[in-house]
Ligand binder design. Structure first.
Ligand code: ATP
Length: 457
């Protein structure tokens, strides 16, 4: 995280610069939903594209899917979500606000106590004994903990009886599991191989908040890697490294990233860890890597009654592979990228500039075309058109050149291309670098190769 950034500054910048707006704003908003604006949608799309490039396009043994959000309700029985996808919820009896017991403990102890390793009773006792108070009203007077299922329910068809109950998926992973054999057979993939997916997930979070860190609707990028039991420990370590490298390659500083092993493992998991980022709210989970054994596929075999064993073509051995899951929220990654990129710089003339140092591959626009004066617009638009074929490029002719540079800095456009009167004479332009503010003069015909090289990932 850049040292000068706060969540409030990010929210304000995002709103004023068309990156992210509060959801349903003209109706007074809708708690913890956010809409991506013209700049934000480009950045988020770039993040998803880069993730796909790394995990599908550049992989020799991973395949993509795009499964339905609405799945047969039995899927969630098999996955365990109907029975136990729940958070420990407590209500403050005094001010009637709802809280997660584990979050109260974590915040109170500044991360020193790990509530994941506690039972509900232990959490209740801890809260009483340590006088953990309601963050809203300051009283320590809570209801007992109740488990609160996080899945959004809806119903299919005309009646609303329980028979038609379906769920908005709370994770994308099950779409990969139920298609395990479809993908394996149609691609003739041999274990080990992976299935990747990017898509929306929905969770009725007890305490959403912190901008886009925890929302009720979000996008996940998940990769399940199916391997033979016995090789799983090695692949788990491998994907821990791959996941970290992806974040480093996006331009996140190593000092703002760390691994955090889970203290309490789910009963089926053999190992689990998060990569945490130093968000403006402190170190928190950015993505998870889990060795889920053969639990998920076995459960789907049991609940569907279908044989989903893999048959090794060399040995004819039949088995259900182990799964190494890697899961990252696109929105949470967006928040990390925004936090990392933010900088307030004091310039030589004493003014402050806010600059977003996105990796050029992540930035919404690769360049902005700025005619020095309006009557250079025709030439500038000609250059714009020639670049738009290859890149997302923006155009701005309003206001002083200094103000226009500032606007582009604030949305992280890596290059500003200024068209002046010399351009008409010698067909060269000034290219200003966002980070160094240095300017060079280059021929218009070199712009495509210049930007291709500078924005590659
Ligand atoms: P948390 O402990 O923060 O609730 P989790 O352990 O439940 O997260 P997973 O189920 O492992 O998260 O989900 C994988 C990833 O999806 C997380 O690492 C995070 O990046 C993202 N994610 C999960 N829940 C949310 C949410 N409510 N809003 C935004 N992103 C989320």
């Amino acid at each position: 995280m850049a040292s000068s950034v706060t969540m409030e500054k990010l929210v304000n910048l995002c709103k004023s610069r068309g990156i992210i707006f509060p959801g349903s704003e003209i109706y007074g908003g809708m708690g913890n939903t956010w809409d991506y604006g013209p700049i934000g949608v480009e950045i988020k799309n770039n993040l998803k594209k880069l993730w796909w490039k790394r995990f599908v396009q550049e992989s020799n043994n991973s395949y993509g899917v795009d499964a339905a959000i609405l799945m047969n309700a039995r899927v969630w029985d098999a996955s365990g979500h109907t029975a136990s996808f729940a958070d420990p919820k407590m209500d403050c009896k005094n001010c009637k606000t709802r809280h997660r017991a584990d979050t109260l403990i974590e915040n109170h102890s500044h991360g020193a106590v790990n509530p994941d390793a506690m039972s509900n009773e232990e959490m209740e006792e801890y809260i009483k004994a340590n006088n953990v108070v309601c963050p809203r009203c300051g009283k320590c007077d809570f209801t007992p903990i109740r488990q609160f299922n996080l899945m959004f329910e809806t119903s299919r068809g005309v009646t609303e009886d329980g028979q038609n109950k379906i769920y908005l998926r709370p994770e994308t992973a099950q779409g990969e599991f139920v298609n395990f054999l479809n993908v394996q057979r149609t691609t003739r993939a041999k274990v080990p191989f992976g299935i990747a997916q990017i898509g929306k997930a929905f969770r009725n979070e007890v305490t959403p908040g912190n901008f886009i860190f925890r929302t009720i609707e979000f996008e996940q990028m998940e990769h399940q890697f199916f391997c033979k039991e016995g090789t799983d420990v090695e692949w788990y370590e491998y994907y821990k490294n791959v996941a970290m490298q992806f974040l480093l390659d996006l331009g996140i500083a190593a000092e703002n990233l760390r691994y955090k092993d889970h203290d309490k493992l789910a009963h089926y998991a053999k190992a689990a860890c998060d990569i945490q980022y130093n968000f403006p709210i402190g170190w928190s989970e950015l993505n998870g890597i889990h060795n889920r054994t053969n639990y998920d596929l076995s459960r789907h075999q049991e609940y569907s009654g279908k044989n989903i064993q893999y048959v090794d073509p060399m040995t004819n051995e039949k088995y259900i592979p182990y799964d190494i899951e890697y899961s990252i929220g696109a929105d949470r990654l967006m928040l990390a990228i925004l936090s990392e990129a933010y900088e307030e710089q004091t310039l030589e003339n004493g003014e402050t500039r806010v600059v977003m140092h996105f990796h050029p591959a992540v930035a919404a626009h690769k360049a902005a075309i700025l005619p020095l004066q309006k009557n250079l617009g025709e030439k500038a638009k000609e250059i714009l058109k020639s670049l738009q074929k290859y890149f997302s490029v923006t155009y701005d002719e309003a206001g002083s050149i200094g103000k226009r540079y500032r606007r582009q800095d604030e949305v992280g456009t890596p290059y500003c291309i200024t068209v002046d009167f010399d351009t008409l004479e010698d067909n060269t332009v000034t290219v200003r670098d966002r980070d160094t503010m240095e300017q060079i003069r280059i021929p218009v015909e070199n712009l495509v190769s210049f930007l291709t090289e500078k924005t590659a990932w």
